[in-house]
Every structure is written in structure tokens, then in C-alpha cells.
Design a binder for this molecule. Structure first.
Ligand code: PLP
Length: 356
């Protein structure tokens, strides 16, 4: 049995959430019906959607003037949605290029107008978050955590009040406290810290919408979804329900401030071992290291099969790095316990003892 799931996403979810979600697929709250066979407009499901949105607001201290949506299309459709709703007609949009997902966002934005890449770490294979000068464009898009390369913004860019900050937070949403008021748009695919794949969450500052001067297809128009309370079309009921359960779980264990402490402890334990152990080498520059995805490699390639066997035998899953950088990636999302990181660190120590 794989007990320690370091998968990059879809990824580990709390066991209690999996249990409740599977119960609800059989029967939702003694209703005699499955979660996935009731109408999305029925009272019980409307209550689920309302609770999911309310929990996002509560957990992230979302201020007045923002709406929360649960839609479909993943973060990949979010790239286009962000551009359609915020990229002003005839103006340049600023993007920071910190990896494959930023590049994907830039590609979509280019369909609508000119993009200026204001900072990039591509020439060092995205091993750090690049420094940024002053931004003059009306909007700036960032990827707060770079799942593949294991880098993460440590502070958010501060813009003028008439500029808009847009962020793909797919792989670090709910992992640390953020100031939502810094952002005009936050979006995140559910399948890391929130739930199963199938829904993407948006937090949008309503007064920033409707200013692009372009016609927006209905499904991509965030105002359409706001007016319909995320029910413009049939929502992904299972993904929303399970996300709601995970958010309840997060609230139950003390909320984002509490999970941030745990995530910092996991990252410290992991990176200390990567730095200490002569058989391993970290990929990301220290000041840019992600608390969610630790990327590293083995210093002697011929030892890789032996290491792979050891972590597999220890019940660890999902440690292989993304094909674009190779090596290893330990994804330490909210639901991963500290004990799992300790198991991996112990394997690395044992590997050094037997192969060093
Ligand atoms: C940071 C980031 N953005 C976007 C995506 C794409 O998300 P989706 O598969 O929901 O479209 C991913 C997927 O892993 C991601 O990690």
C-alpha cells in the first residue's frame, strides 16, 4: 500500500474527506439519493455550493467587493478567462514567465493582444523567481507557485491602485496566508490543495470587471457566472462537494494560518535534508524555493535505480520529477502529514548510509 503520497496533482487529500465524499456518492445526507444524481438546483446542492464559497471567503479573509466562483475548464481555461476579463483592448498586458504554466498563460493571452514579459527566469531553466522592475502596463499576471520547477513567490508584486494583479495560484492556494486585497483575480484548479480535478476556483474583484472593451463569450465572462451564482451551466457537483469538504477540514484544523505553520515545518525538514545529504542536490535557488514542491536530483545518476527502489519500498508515491527537469519532486500539499516527509528524509539518510 502506498502510504505517503508526494504526487504533484492530483494529489493527496485528507482521508476523512475521501471517506465522506465516497459516502455522498452513495447517499447524500440521508436524502435517499446520490450526490451525483440530484439536481444541481436542488436545495441540498445549492447549500453545498453556498458553503464552499463561504468557506473560501472565511479561510482567506476575502474582503467585501470580491466574489468566489467554482467553474470548469481547469486552470488552463483560467488562462484564457483571465485574459478575456482583464486584458484591455489595444493595451499591452504584463506577464512574469516563471515556467511552463506561465508560458501556457502567456500563449492564451497572446490570442487577445500584445503581451510584455516583464521578467523571466527561462534562461536558467526557471530555477528562481526573477526580480521585477516597475510595471507600467494596466495588468500583471503571475504564477505564484511553479509546480514543475519548485519555485514560489515569497512576496507579491505591489502595483498602483489603477493596475490589476492576476494570479494563478493552482498549486499554493490555501497553503499560506495571502492578502486577497492585493489581487484583482485569483484562480486555482482544485486538484492540489482543494479537491479532485474538475473545478477551478476564482476569486474576483467585481469592480475590476467589464473594463476591457471587448466582447466576451458567455462561459468566459466572469460577470455571467457571478450573476448566476456559479450555476450558469451544470456545475461539477462532485468536485465542488469534495472541495467543500476539504475546506471544512482545513477550517477544522485551524485554518490557513495553522496549515502554513505545518507547511513551513515540512519544507524545512525536506530542504535541510536535501542540503545536508551529499547524494542530493536542490534544483531551485534557495530564496525562491517552494514550500509545496521541493525539486532535487541525485548527484550520481547510476545510483538512481537503488534510490527509486528504496522509496518505493517505503510506501512512497509520486516522487519522480516532471519530465522537463527530471530528478525528483516532493510535493508537500496541505493534506500531506509531516510524518510522510520524515519517512522520505529517513529513506534519504539510509540511502546515504548504504550508498554514500
Ligand atoms: C500552477 C499551475 N497552473 C495551471 C495548471 C493547469 O491546471 P489544469 O490542469 O487544471 O488546467 C497546473 C497544473 O498542474 C499548475 O500546476
Amino acid at each position: 500500500m502506498k502510504k505517503h503520497n508526494f504526487s504533484a496533482g492530483p494529489c493527496i487529500l485528507p482521508q476523512s474527506v475521501l471517506q465522506q465524499a465516497s459516502d455522498a456518492v452513495r447517499e447524500l445526507d440521508n436524502s435517499g439519493l446520490s450526490l451525483i444524481e440530484i439536481s444541481h438546483r436542488s436545495k441540498p446542492f445549492v447549500a453545498v455550493m453556498d458553503e464552499a464559497r463561504a468557506l473560501v471567503k472565511e479561510l482567506l479573509n476575502v474582503p467585501e467587493g470580491y466574489e468566489v466562483l467554482f467553474l470548469q475548464g481547469g486552470a488552463s481555461l483560467g488562462f484564457l478567462t483571465a485574459a478575456y476579463n482583464f486584458h484591455k483592448e489595444g493595451e499591452k498586458a504584463a506577464y512574469v514567465n516563471t515556467g511552463a504554466w506561465s508560458k501556457a498563460a502567456i500563449k492564451e493571452a497572446k490570442l487577445l493582444g500584445e503581451v510584455e514579459v516583464v521578467a523571466s527566469s527561462e534562461d536558467s531553466n526557471f530555477n528562481h523567481i526573477p526580480a521585477m522592475g516597475n510595471i507600467s502596463q494596466p495588468s500583471l499576471h503571475i504564477t505564484t507557485n511553479n509546480t514543475i520547477f519548485g519555485t514560489q513567490f515569497k512576496s507579491m508584486p505591489q502595483l498602483n491602485s489603477d493596475q490589476m494583479l492576476l494570479a494563478d495560484m493552482s498549486s499554493d492556494i490555501f497553503s499560506q496566508e495571502i492578502n486577497v486585497a492585493d489581487f484583482d483575480l485569483i484562480y486555482a484548479g482544485a486538484q492540489k490543495n482543494m479537491g479532485p480535478a474538475g473545478t477551478v476556483m476564482y476569486i474576483v474583484k467585481t469592480e475590476s470587471l467589464g473594463k476591457t472593451g471587448r466582447a466576451i463569450p458567455s462561459y468566459l465572462d466572469l460577470n455571467v457566472h457571478i450573476k448566476k451564482d456559479s450555476m450558469f451551466n451544470t456545475p461539477p457537483v462532485f468536485a465542488v462537494y469534495t472541495s467543500m469538504l476539504t475546506l471544512r477540514w482545513l477550517k477544522g484544523i485551524g485554518g490557513v494560518a495553522e496549515i502554513q505553520k505545518l507547511n513551513e515545518a515540512k519544507a524545512k525538514l525536506m530542504y535541510s535534508e536535501i542540503d545536508r545529504n551529499p547524494l542530493f542536490k536542490g534544483f531551485a535557488q534557495e530564496s525562491s524555493r517552494s514550500n509545496m514542491n521541493a525539486t532535487f536530483s541525485i548527484t550520481q545518476d547510476d545510483l538512481a535505480p537503488a534510490f527509486d527502489k528504496m522509496w518505493n519500498d517505503a510506501g512512497i508515491n509520486g516522487l519522480k520529477g516532471h519530465r522537463s527537469i527530471g530528478g525528483y519532486r516532493a510535493s508537500m500539499y496541505n493534506a500531506l502529514p509531516l510524518e510522510s516527509v520524515q519517512v522520505l528524509v529517513d529513506v534519504m539518510k539510509e540511502f546515504e548510509r548504504t550508498h554514500g
